[in-house]
Design a protein around this ligand. Structure first.
Ligand code: BG6
Length: 495
């Protein structure tokens, strides 16, 4: 832990993300004594708030979202780190207030993390204005006053969505790089901060048993399911412009896929890890429109704020291939949707059938396969389906070898993804953040699909699915072509 002063400036502190996630994550790290001791947290917003308003807001946020961790003793210290600065994001002149505010706190001699939790249309404004006021430059050792010391760092964390398509992502990268070098930039995908997503790397590269079978010779297909029960709710304004491809696939699903499909990195660091993840995305074969299913839940067009003729999908299923030696011709099936039957995120790896079956099977269907299920959430864990002899009978039945985090780690509650990610950004560890080439490679996969849906007459039509179902039948048919079926593990009510 550093003994230097660290300032965290949260742009958009009055918003929902700060209230639900960022303030609780900072507090949790604070009470675990993981944050720098000399710390200032500056809330930045457009509203006419005072320090007191922010402190009251933070207290409410913790009462609501971190009640179990809240205690008056820690809170007294935590709240003394908080202050507020008013900035009107598009207006350059108001950034001087912020600059003065920060300099009054640290005399210019501190590490600084700028956290962008504002609407994406303001990302460029904030970055450019920080540049104009010279707030991104990392100060040399001279300012630190001690010879040989590393400079004070300046870092920026940028929330998703990063761009609306490839062109806008490239232009945003350009604007960001005009002010910050890539090593100063931390693009967040909160899925990478989830314990179970991180564990994909540990499972694959801290064990020897998986690697020899982790390839096209042994694996039949890989399925990534990110299912949500919530519908669009009050977010129609944002969601209808994005849809499930931009909201979920471009980021969360492709990130999970990269972790599953990447080659072993030479080290667990941002450089080595992200090199391998980018290679996977770059090896993705262009997805054919006939390998896509798009759908809306019944009633979406009637939801508040959704145009009655909206063509925005709330569900997608895709078949994707990675053209490299490890994965050539092995289907990766991705699906995600809102208003589905259960909230679950899981990766299911289906292994090939035994070459010759000598046992009778207890179930019909597709039970003879081994399957490794990585349950990202809820009931975090891993399950391995194997075939076992049914006692007193001469038949084989699928049974599960199960790892539940709750039992293995006695963890009632896992740390929130933001806790890890904020800490990593402060510690300068970019391994779980998205690099510029990674974000652009992901858009290159997603853009042609969205464009095809909008412009190509041969594109599969929009399907409608029942709320509370598992999505449209067309998604099942997508797999049936190769005699595959969607698998759901980790709990009983799945399909
Ligand atoms: C966000 C999406 O990135 O992820 C939301 O914008 C989605 O639409 C959410 O609901 C899902 O995150 P989690 O952690 O609840 O699975």
């Amino acid at each position: 832990m550093t003994d230097r002063t660290t300032v965290i400036a949260i742009f958009g502190v009055t918003g929902d993300l700060a209230r639900r996630k960022l303030i609780p994550a900072l507090y949790s790290n604070f009470i675990k004594r993981r944050l720098p001791q000399r710390l200032h947290i500056v809330g930045v917003g457009r509203r006419d708030w005072t320090d007191e308003t922010l402190i009251e807001h933070a207290r409410q946020s913790l009462r609501e979202f971190a009640a179990a961790q809240f205690n008056e003793g820690d809170w007294r210290h935590f709240q003394s780190c908080l202050s507020y600065s008013k900035v009107n994001l598009p207006h350059t002149e108001t950034y001087q207030n912020l600059k003065d505010h920060l300099e009054a706190l640290d005399g210019g001699a501190s590490n600084r993390l700028y956290y962008l939790s504002v609407a994406p249309e303001f990302y460029e404004d904030v970055v450019t204005n920080l540049g104009r006021l010279d707030m991104a430059r990392e100060n040399g050792a001279g300012r630190a006053g001690a010879r040989g010391q590393s400079p004070f760092w300046r870092r920026i964390v940028i929330e998703k969505p990063f761009g609306y398509d490839l062109a806008t992502a490239q232009s945003l990268n350009k604007a960001v790089h005009a002010v910050f070098t890539e090593s100063q930039v931390y693009r967040i995908d909160h899925y990478l901060g989830k314990e179970t997503a991180q564990n994909i790397l540990f499972m694959r590269f801290a064990n020897t048993i998986f690697e020899p079978i982790w390839n096209r010779s042994h694996i039949s297909n890989v399925q990534v399911t990110v299912a949500e029960t919530v519908d669009v709710g009050t977010r129609a304004g944002y969601y209808d412009k994005s849809g499930v491809m931009r909201d979920m696939v471009q980021n969360h699903l492709l990130q999970l896929l990269s972790l599953i499909a990447m080659e072993p990195p030479s080290a667990f660091d941002g450089h080595a890890l992200r090199n391998e993840k980018v290679k996977v995305l770059q090896a993705a074969r262009a997805v054919r429109l006939c390998d896509t299913v798009r759908a809306q839940y019944d009633g979406y067009r009637g939801a508040d704020g959704v145009p009655p003729d909206s063509d925005t999908p709330t569900y997608v299923a895709l078949r994707l291939f990675i053209d490299n030696w490890r994965w050539k011709d092995i289907p990766f099936y991705l699906r995600s949707g809102k208003a589905l039957q259960s909230k679950t995120t899981q990766v299911n790896i289906q292994f090939k059938r035994p070459p010759n079956s000598i046992f009778e099977l207890a179930e019909s269907g597709d039970p003879s396969r081994n399957m490794l299920s990585i349950c990202i959430q809820p009931d975090e864990g891993m399950h391995m389906t194997i075939q076992a002899k049914v006692p007193d009978e001469q038949i084989a039945k699928s049974v599960d070898m199960e790892l539940h985090y709750e039992d293995a780690f006695l963890a009632d509650e896992l740390p929130d993804a933001y806790e890890r990610l904020i800490l990593d950004a402060i510690n300068g560890d970019a391994a779980l953040f998205i690099r510029s080439d990674e974000i652009e490679s992901a858009w290159k996969i997603v853009d042609p699909i969205i464009e095809g849906w909008e412009k190509d007459r041969a594109a599969p039509p929009m399907q409608i699915y029942r709320k509370g179902s598992w999505g449209p039948c067309a998604a099942d048919e997508l797999l049936e072509r190769e005699e595959h079926i969607w698998r759901i593990s980790c709990f009983d009510d799945g399909k």
